[in-house]
Design a protein around this ligand. Structure first.
Ligand SMILES: Cc1ncc(COP(=O)(O)O)c(C=O)c1O
Length: 469
């Protein structure tokens, strides 16, 4: 670098990236290999419009994963969101969340309209952080009502709730947690509810698996002592752990168990929230009544960093009932939870989903894509299972359909790489469950058309044919 940096010179951008950026979830050796023939350039995404993004070489890609991690729900290049955020930033960019703001109130009111039974919005700036707020609430309630005893939070095998140490302590994906311990005490794992892999769980029945899987949670509660368990944190449809749709009967039983033992049900909607499954929130597919709901990624489709923890009025009330206790309210802050860009972008995002009927589109296109994936599984024996809800789908690849032995991760990754070569970005479960990073993931924006989905399916079809010859 000679100080004459030209920000439009893309080769300089690539070199600055190679020299100074530490990419997320990435091994950097590939960008800085001593053997130049083995070195590749880091990928820089330069522009996006609708369902498509362009890289530093000008190559167009159809984005089948909404920004890589199921985020850009309304697609790229939405000028109305950018304009609303710009106008708000000029008026007031920030004030700490101990005060209110106009976009904060407006967005909260609109959000709560979509969440009957819920009532209070607490702003933060990442999914991990919102989940941590939920864990803190469980602990503080334990102190206020139960002498600190009822403080444990249960989480499920294969679920993920974030990257911070306590969120990883509640993480059911051992590869995410490996090498980052010791972890925060007070988090206890319950078994997964993945019907396709029920045969790996001791005692799992052929029938009524959903009720059995929920009953395993009760077993853990009884073993820990119900008077020690304050919260249960679950993804409505597990995302990075394998796109796991819950089996029939599961949620009804989970709700009963929570009621029976006075355990707060915390639903992590960081991926499913704001339209992804064809309902405003994933839990609304299953008729459950959570006490706390966390959301992040799709809340503002990545146009601003925002996350929310939404609670019922009953949870909120526990923190205000005794004003004489000077320690009794929720003594928490998130500096950037006071940024006005987040709720401003969030409000426009909700309006776009409403005005363009994107929930309907998600249901229709989701059904279409699920059918197309099933059709692909007739052709490619390597597809062991296809599952998902709305535009949130997965295809699990196996070495053998009878034994359900997972396909090799390197081959699954080769399928993703082949699609990328074809200009189609798909995902896979990544550094998640040891030996089981074998599910292809699809989460196109909620604006996806049949043509977009056909293009994704054709790319996967070609890639599977080439990789598994
Ligand atoms: C279900 C779920 N919860 C929480 C998180 C953490 O969100 P963030 O990366 O914004 O901290 C993620 C991120 O992938 C997620 O998938």
């Amino acid at each position: 670098m000679d100080g004459n940096f030209n920000e439009n010179d893309i080769s300089r951008v690539v070199e600055a990236d190679r020299a100074h950026i530490w990419h997320h979830l990435s091994q950097h050796k590939q960008y800085m290999n001593d053997d130049a023939s083995k070195q590749v350039d880091p990928r820089i995404i330069v522009e996006g419009k609708g369902m498509r993004v362009w890289d530093q070489k000008g190559k167009e890609h159809l984005d089948g994963v909404s920004g890589g991690v199921w985020t850009v729900n309304v697609g790229y290049g939405r000028e109305r969101i950018a304009n609303a955020v710009r106008d708000q930033l000029i008026k007031l960019n920030y004030f700490a969340g101990s005060a209110g703001s106009i976009p904060g109130s407006n967005f909260a009111e609109k959000l709560i309209e979509k969440m009957p039974g819920m009532s209070r919005v607490y702003y933060a700036n990442s999914g991990s952080e919102a989940n941590e707020k939920g864990f803190k609430m469980v602990r503080q309630i334990a102190h206020k009502k139960y002498g600190g005893k009822k403080h444990k939070v249960l989480y499920r095998d294969r679920d993920y709730h974030g990257t911070t140490i306590s969120a990883l302590s509640a993480g059911g994906q051992d590869e995410r947690g490996a090498q980052y311990g010791p972890f925060t005490p007070g988090f206890v794992r319950v078994p997964h509810c993945m019907e396709y892999r029920a045969f790996e769980q001791e005692g799992a029945p052929q029938e009524n698996y959903g009720v059995w899987a929920a009953d395993q949670i009760e077993k853990v509660i009884l073993a820990e002592g119900p008077d020690t368990v304050g919260g249960l944190c679950l993804e409505p449809v597990t995302a990075g752990g394998g796109v796991i749709t819950p089996p029939d009967g599961y949620w009804e039983r989970v709700q009963e168990i929570c009621k029976k033992y006075d355990i707060l049900l915390h639903i992590d909607e960081v991926v499913c929230g704001v339209g992804r499954t064809g309902t405003w929130f994933g839990y609304q597919n299953y008729g459950i009544k959570p006490d706390m709901v966390t959301m992040a990624k799709g809340v503002a489709s990545g146009y601003a960093a925002i996350s929310c923890l939404v609670t019922t009025e009953a949870v909120f009330d526990m923190f205000k009932e005794d004003a004489s206790d000077h320690m009794g309210y929720f003594r928490d802050i998130s500096t950037f939870g006071g940024c006005t860009a987040g709720p401003t972008a969030g409000l426009e995002n909700l309006k776009i989903i409403e005005e363009e009927n994107l929930l309907d589109n998600t249901l229709q296109m989701g059904d279409y894509m699920l059918d197309q994936l099933h059709a692909l599984s007739e052709k490619h024996a390597v597809i062991g299972d296809v599952r998902g809800k709305g535009l949130f789908l997965g295809a699990e690849l196996v070495a053998d359909r009878n034994t359900r032995e997972a396909a090799k991760e390197s081959l699954v990754s080769a399928v993703v790489g082949d699609c990328m070569q074809q200009g189609v970005i798909i995902g896979m479960t990544n550094r998640s469950v040891p030996g089981k990073n074998n599910t292809l993931c699809f989460s196109p924006a909620l604006i996806a058309t049949k043509d977009d989905i056909d293009q994704i399916i054709n790319a996967v079809d070609g890639a599977l044919g080439r990789v598994f010859t």
